[in-house]
Write a protein that binds this ligand. Structure first.
Ligand code: GLN
Length: 289
């Protein structure tokens, strides 16, 4: 006897409009459903909006339905479609890297301001992941000498592929922990969005698809920020800047870390949230630039 149809076995969508409707019923928001359809079919959003009563080409169905199901189960859209926009760049992402957040654009803007008066500045991005920060800076400052470091070889491969695709050849990639692969080198700017979530934090289940090593950092979330603050003085030029992203409730702690390490002009900036999102300081020098 044929099994009774169950709600999980709905008829396959016949048109794009049917697919979008099924996606909405599965809990996807409209934009995510549209972006899934656009990526699977290789069409623009405006094309999609004008053709939603077209018959759905059956060869696209397996991927469309797989992405619908995975998005409904909480997998981030960026991992399904394979890219994410950041600071005007389209970056490829995979589950080996944290998905770039708009919040981090605050850090890039601050970095570009810190570099404004310098010619051919030396910059390092620690824990680069997809390469977001390093590549955003490199795209805005073709004269900069940019280094990107990551502990994870597969993450570094994602960042390197992004640099190549974007034609940003003036970025060097190094594997290692924070500043350890940079013995004897100094920079005008050290920038990082390290892991900063406390182990056991209530937000972690919602982030379960992203690499845990890019998210958590000890019982208070500050282990890696502490290490970077301690290592940075050995790698920074006089008047150089250290700029760090952190959690919304960590500004005071990070200010103290930077002050204790000897940084001056320590201050905090807010993201569009608006949450306290990055704290930075300047390494003292004889001549102020
Ligand atoms: N900002 C990210 C989040 O809370 C965490 C990024 C990080 O740990 N560096 O989703």
């Amino acid at each position: 006897m044929a099994p009774e149809p169950t709600p999980a076995h709905r008829p396959a969508p016949a048109t794009l409009a049917d697919f979008l409707q099924q996606a909405r019923e599965a809990g996807l928001d409209r934009l995510d459903a549209q972006l899934i359809a656009c990526t699977a079919l290789g069409v623009s959003r405006s094309w999609l909006l004008a053709h939603d009563t077209d018959a759905l080409p059956p060869e696209h169905l397996p991927r469309l339905m797989d992405w619908l199901r995975r998005r409904a189960e909480g997998e981030p859209l960026a991992y399904l479609v394979g890219d994410k926009a950041f600071f005007g760049l389209t970056l490829s992402v995979s589950p080996h890297v944290l998905i770039p957040r708009p919040d981090t654009e605050t850090l890039v803007e601050w970095a570009l301001q810190a570099l404004a008066g310098l010619r051919a500045p030396r910059v390092v991005d620690l824990g680069t992941g997809s390469g977001a920060i390093a590549l955003a800076i490199a795209s805005q400052r073709p004269d900069a000498d940019v280094t990107a470091v990551d502990f994870s070889p597969p993450a570094l491969a994602v960042a390197q592929a992004n640099a190549q695709r974007l034609g940003l050849s003036h970025v060097r990639f190094l594997a290692g922990s924070w500043l350890s692969p940079l013995a004897g080198e100094r920079f005008d700017l050290i920038v990082s969005n390290p892991p900063y979530i406390a182990e056991g934090d209530a937000h972690l289940p919602a982030l379960r698809h992203e690499p845990r090593s890019a998210l958590t950092s000890g019982p208070d979330g500050l282990d890696d920020l502490r290490q970077i603050a301690q290592q940075a003085p050995g790698h920074i030029h006089e008047n150089g800047w250290l700029l760090l992203e952190h959690g919304f409730d960590q500004a005071e702690a990070v200010q103290h870390l930077l002050q204790d390490a000897g940084f001056t002009d320590v201050s905090t900036r807010f993201d569009l949230g608006p949450q306290a999102r990055c704290t930075g300081g300047r390494w003292p020098g004889a001549h102020r630039g």
